[in-house]
Design a protein around this ligand. Structure first.
Ligand SMILES: Cc1cc2nc3c(=O)[nH]c(=O)nc-3n(C[C@H](O)[C@H](O)[C@H](O)COP(=O)(O)OP(=O)(O)OC[C@H]3O[C@@H](n4cnc5c(N)ncnc54)[C@H](O)[C@@H]3O)c2cc1C
Length: 443
């Protein structure tokens, strides 16, 4: 039966027949129906990836299959979410090698978007830690691929947005930790130039991210808070924390129970939020030790925060520009700032080098902003796309809901090779989403 389905941005909303499975046999029988379909994890991508008339949801296919606690190697079914993995691995002294800003994503989604975290400049993206992927192809055949075995399929699956097949099992390496805490440093930056200097000064930190107030103009344009972190050692903890260093105190969660009306979000409310956020820390630098949860997943504390953008939904616009294009970053932020459409969230990170086929990260600066869907927004984002392209950047497919195909083909340097591999393994475009129809199948 069809029902309304959307991802985190609540845009677009489509009518879809979503099927679930707990056993491989059931999945195989679902795949015998000769229909176009796409795999979906926990729906935490923002736009139209993972949406189709027929969806195969992996969320009930979520078993831990193996955990080597000596060498930190984890293997699970693809629907298992990172929050459940953390519950298992942290008490044993291990952590995710790469994690996004929410822990409510599936491992299949982590591979298909080849997610990045605050540590890309040090640890790369998720696929750099993946040892083995089990995949069901359009033909129904099950294939194991690794960085060496079926290399083309492996590279096209990492960041391939589900177009090569259904990922059923993933084996990946973990990071050793002594405690469940992070040694955090927060530094205020006067403006955009200052925060870029600070990123350079603190590039030896494993984790770094800056929150930018993109509404500020003049000499404070781009004022930010840079947040840095390292996994804390036992010596960094209080005596009380030392008694159970791998266990976190019970956390509280609040929820937004309904969609906010659209008038709640306007230029003034955003400015007020940004003012309060920037001024919540009066000191220029704060050093403290915090549990890993608020450090990595500050927004997860508010369940359904996406409803705050109203029923029409929102899009998150995330792009990356090469390191040499600081002026491009300034020009794009200035354009956003002059429109006054900026969001609560403007997150800046630095990516290190990455060799990949279709993954988003590329050495440079990446900025992510939320925009509530409203009249004229998509024309404005089309203009931003042209700027991103002109400065040699690209847009994250996992956040996208509206990019024009020509931007995709021009900005992803290996798009043609990727499409060839997808065609080799899925000649009839069995795996296709609203996004892939918009971007790939129009060429
Ligand atoms: C608050 C928030 C913060 C975020 N922060 C970051 C961040 O810092 N870095 C980052 O990289 N991303 C970030 N994201 C995006 C998110 O990590 C990715 O979109 C991720 O792919 C979502 O996983 P999911 O399980 O929800 O997958 P879905 O959203 O359901 O699907 C995403 C894509 O993966 C494909 N897919 C899912 N499961 C499978 C499978 N088993 N086999 C084949 N294909 C599959 C789908 O077809 C789709 O194309 C964030 C998202 C939110 C909501």
């Amino acid at each position: 039966m069809k029902k309304s389905v959307s991802n985190w941005g609540n845009y677009p909303v489509i009518e879809s027949d979503e099927r679930f499975f707990t056993l491989k046999e059931k999945l195989n029988s679902l795949l015998k129906e000769d229909k176009q379909l796409i795999a979906r994890g926990n729906g935490r991508c923002y736009g139209d990836a993972g949406l189709a008339d027929q969806i195969i949801s992996t969320v009930k296919f979520d078993k831990v299959l193996a955990f080597d606690t000596t060498n930190g190697i984890f293997e699970c079914q693809s629907g298992l979410t990172l929050d459940k993995i953390l519950d298992v691995i942290v008490p044993k002294g291990w952590f995710l090698p790469v994690t996004p800003g929410t822990k409510f994503i599936s491992v299949g989604g982590a591979v298909a978007s080849d997610i990045h975290g605050k540590n890309h400049h040090v640890d790369g993206s998720f696929s750099n830690h993946v040892m083995e992927i089990e995949l069901i192809l359009a033909s129904g055949e099950t294939i194991i691929c690794t960085p060496e075995l079926h290399h083309d399929l492996f590279t096209a699956t990492c960041g391939g947005m589900g177009l090569t097949g259904i990922i059923t099992r993933v084996k990946f390496g973990l990071k050793k930790i002594e405690t469940a805490y992070i040694k955090q440093k927060q530094v205020k930056a006067r403006n955009l130039d200052h925060v870029l200097e600070l990123f350079e000064e603190y590039k030896h930190y494993t984790y770094s991210v800056a929150w930018i107030d993109c509404l500020k103009k003049g000499s404070h344009f781009g004022r930010s808070i840079l947040i840095l972190g390292e996994h804390a050692s036992k010596d960094d903890l209080t005596e009380k924390q030392k008694t159970a260093p791998l266990v976190l105190p019970i956390k509280k969660q609040v929820s937004i129970p309904f969609f906010f009306p659209s008038f709640v979000l306007n230029k003034w409310s955003v400015q007020l939020f940004n003012f309060l956020y920037y001024n919540k820390n009066f000191k220029n630098e704060i050093n403290n030790v915090v549990p890993y949860e608020p450090f990595f997943y500050p927004l997860d504390a508010i369940l359904n925060w996406n409803r705050g953008y109203g029923r029409k939904g929102f899009v998150q616009y995330q792009f990356v520009l090469p390191l040499s294009q600081k002026d491009g970053l300034t020009a794009i932020l200035q354009k956003i700032s002059s429109k006054g459409l900026g969001s609560f969230l403007a997150v800046l990170k630095v990516f290190g080098k990455q060799e990949s086929l279709i993954s988003f990260p590329d050495e440079g600066y990446t900025l992510a902003l939320d925009f509530p869907v409203r009249k004229g927004l998509f024309d404005f984002l089309d203009e931003l796309d042209q700027m991103v392209l002109q400065f040699g950047g690209r847009i994250y497919l996992s956040k996208d809901a509206r990019m024009k195909p020509e931007i995709f083909w021009k900005s992803y340097p290996h798009a043609v090779e990727f499409a060839d591999i997808v065609r080799k393994y899925d000649p009839g475009s069995r795996f296709s989403s609203v996004q892939s129809k918009r971007l790939l199948q129009t060429k």
